[in-house]
Ligand binder design. Structure first.
Ligand code: GTP
Length: 347
């Protein structure tokens, strides 16, 4: 089975972290999200991926190459200009001559593919959209379906009393290659705003099926942080790297703690991290590989990407530090999102 991963957006809402990084490459629990996704999909039988990329596409290519290290084949369809979600699919047309999967690669979920694929084969339409149920559908495109699961219309950002359901597009599609005929070439096209409404209007057969389990879009700093807290609370069962050194505290290889370090769970620490004397780490702290944490640092509700340095006595709360951020001694970082735009992620 082949999958197209849409990973070419600008990720503007997650800036500055995405200034030199495609959003799906942002780490979740210390590994690029795309790596978790590809590993999960490989286990579900997907062995061939096409990366629809544009913004910082080199970062993805340097990291994954031809995919051999992950036991899959990865090819690239890089766009000459921002083509939008359907434009990116059209740009990858040459790779697909059979039914294929499409993922918004910035959605954090571990979907089960078999029920969706079975449903797709049974209904025989041109597209299946995986749906997820949300408590408050008012900021999403909500679907109205008939009894067979056929989608009748999308209602964009409905008022609570106007929402026909609480089911929204989960950013995972199964498409027949016939869909390429409905997408104009060489211009920006949105699948949500243009292609799906057109397919519905022309009765091409667009169906929706609920994909159960954890689902979150990581597109804003608060949602990005929440995904991490859900991992730490095990509400999102992402495999953890490292071992539990005390209840709710996971640590990788070669971690050095100074004297009197206090961990307040839940905490995740990567490989080769050094933590100075009397530091207080947690609750809700994720510290990437090769980070250096000084003495008496307090770090809670914060995420540090690999190779960050926090010097003695600094305090971090509710903050996110991009790769190799250096925090001077004795500073207070509250609600700070820092990324040095000169730094490019190393694969
Ligand atoms: P914002 O700028 O914050 O809205 O983020 P975004 O545009 O990167 O993401 P959005 O949620 O709008 O897009 C959903 C998914 O589609 C993400 O995984 C994006 O990387 C991807 N995507 C959006 N636009 C494009 C595009 O023009 N080309 C490609 N290849 N992917 C896209």
């Amino acid at each position: 089975m082949k999958a197209l991963l849409l990973a070419g957006g600008l990720g503007t809402r997650l800036r500055p972290l995405t200034e030199n990084l495609p959003k799906p490459m942002a780490p979740i629990a210390n590994r690029p999200w795309l790596e978790h996704l590809i590993t999960h999909l490989r286990e579900q039988g997907v062995d061939h991926f096409v990366m629809a990329a544009r913004h910082c596409s080199d970062v993805i290519r340097r990291h994954f190459g031809d995919g051999r290290r992950w036991g899959v084949k990865i090819e690239y369809a890089v766009e000459p200009f921002p083509m939008g979600t359907a434009g990116a699919i059209k740009n990858a047309e040459r790779f697909f001559d059979d039914c294929f999967l499409v993922f918004n690669a910035d959605i954090v979920h571990l979907p089960e593919l078999i029920p969706l694929l079975e449903f797709h084969r049974q209904h025989g339409g041109i597209a299946t959209i995986a749906l997820t149920e949300v408590d408050d559908p008012t900021s999403y495109g909500v679907v109205e379906q008939d009894d067979t699961g056929r989608i009748l219309r999308f209602v964009e950002k409905p008022r609570p009393e106007e929402a026909p359901s609480n089911r929204i597009n989960a950013g995972l599609y199964i498409l027949e290659p016939d869909v390429f005929r409905y997408i104009p070439a060489q211009r920006e096209v949105s699948i949500e705003r243009e292609t799906f409404p057109r397919l519905i209007q022309e009765s091409a057969g667009v169906y929706g099926m609920i994909s159960r389990g954890y689902w979150r879009d990581m597109g804003t700093p608060s949602r990005y942080r929440q995904v991490h807290w859900d991992v730490l609370d095990r509400r999102f069962p992402l495999p953890m790297q490292g071992r539990q050194v005390q209840p709710g505290v996971w640590a990788g290889e070669d971690v050095e703690f100074g004297k009197g370090v206090l961990f307040v769970p839940p905490v995740l620490i990567g490989n080769k991290v050094k933590i100075g004397d009397q530091a207080v780490i947690g609750p809700y702290a994720v510290i990437g590989d090769n980070c250096r944490i000084g003495a008496r640092v307090h770090c809670s509700n914060s995420i540090l990407w690999d190779r960050s340095v926090v010097r003695d006595g600094s305090r971090l709360s509710n903050s996110i530090f991009g790769y190799r951020t250096v925090a001077p001694a004795g500073e207070v970082f509250k609600n700070s999102i820092i990324n040095d735009p000169g730094e490019v992620m190393q694969a």
